[in-house]
Design a protein around this ligand. Structure first.
Ligand code: FPP
Length: 254
């Protein structure tokens, strides 16, 4: 019997029915700051605290993959001062969290056009990735200068090159081969995608990988997003029936 049935009032999600991979669009930092008459950068700083809390909670729950949309290919168009502040925050996060990641068996991975990041951010990223490479409890993936369409263009180009040089037979291209050419080749697709701040869009995030993900949208702005909000979404996920195109009876014929 599931713990949910034993204790219907429990706030905790059913640990048997947690997602394996949670992906999050962390939205609303700017609006949070505006509401408080603060500079947008303050919103990102507060958002970085939410990141730390969510990483910790995900690891404690035993969810093995967490992917965070930290900077999109479109975000380069923001005012230069905001881009620079975000890069500084990312670098600080990569440097300061390294030890905690190591202690907790968290492996850092990064997806996106990392070559576009400033050298010092690339450097911090590389060092933390190398140091945490043996982490086995959880993979934390930061999407940095990431865009889903760019990722697909890159994958098609790589497959085209392999076909041209004769190392890939076009007849062998199937869903698995496409997945292997994406930044996310080494991880399972997300089971759950969360977006904060009330927007109900995917915004070029993991376009291929989210094909069967459950979606959870909350009006809460990212800096205000709490552990309780997270646990509520995870509990709700455990109560959903994921059918993958089949009927409910096919999944549970008794
Ligand atoms: C969206 O809010 C958020 C971002 C573009 C950046 C996300 C960055 C962080 C949460 C902080 C740093 C990250 C790490 C990993 C330490 P927005 O600015 O689009 O908000 P708005 O839509 O209200 O303007």
């Amino acid at each position: 019997m599931s713990s949910k049935l034993e204790n219907p009032n429990s706030l905790l999600p059913d640990l048997e029915r947690l997602p394996r991979h949670v992906a999050i669009i962390m939205d609303g930092n700017g609006r949070w700051a505006k509401k408080k008459l603060l500079n947008r950068v303050k919103g990102h700083e507060q958002g970085a605290d939410t990141v730390r809390m969510i990483v910790r909670a995900t690891r404690e729950l035993g969810i093995p993959f967490l992917t965070l949309y930290a900077f999109s290919t479109e975000n380069w168009q923001r005012p230069k001062t905001e881009v620079m502040a975000l890069m500084a925050l990312l670098k600080r996060f990569l440097v300061r969290e390294k030890d905690e990641m190591l202690e907790n068996g968290i492996r850092l991975s990064v997806i996106g056009q990392t070559e576009r990041l400033p050298d010092d951010v690339q450097d911090a990223m590389r060092k933390t990735m190398e140091a945490t490479a043996h982490g086995r409890r959880m993979t934390l993936t930061l999407a940095l200068s990431y865009g889903g369409r760019e990722e697909l263009v890159r994958a098609v180009r790589a497959m085209g090159n392999r076909i041209a040089e004769g190392t890939l037979d076009p007849e062998m291209v199937d869903e698995a081969v496409i997945s292997q050419h994406l930044y996310t080749a080494a991880m399972p697709d997300p089971d759950l995608m969360i977006r904060t701040s009330g927007e109900m869009r995917i915004s070029n995030f993991l376009l291929w990988q989210l094909a069967y993900a459950e979606m959870a949208f909350t009006p809460t702005l990212w800096p205000d997003f709490t552990k309780e909000d997270y646990l509520n979404i995870l509990r709700d996920f455990g109560n959903r029936e994921r059918r993958f195109g089949k009927t409910g009876d096919q999944l549970d014929p008794g």
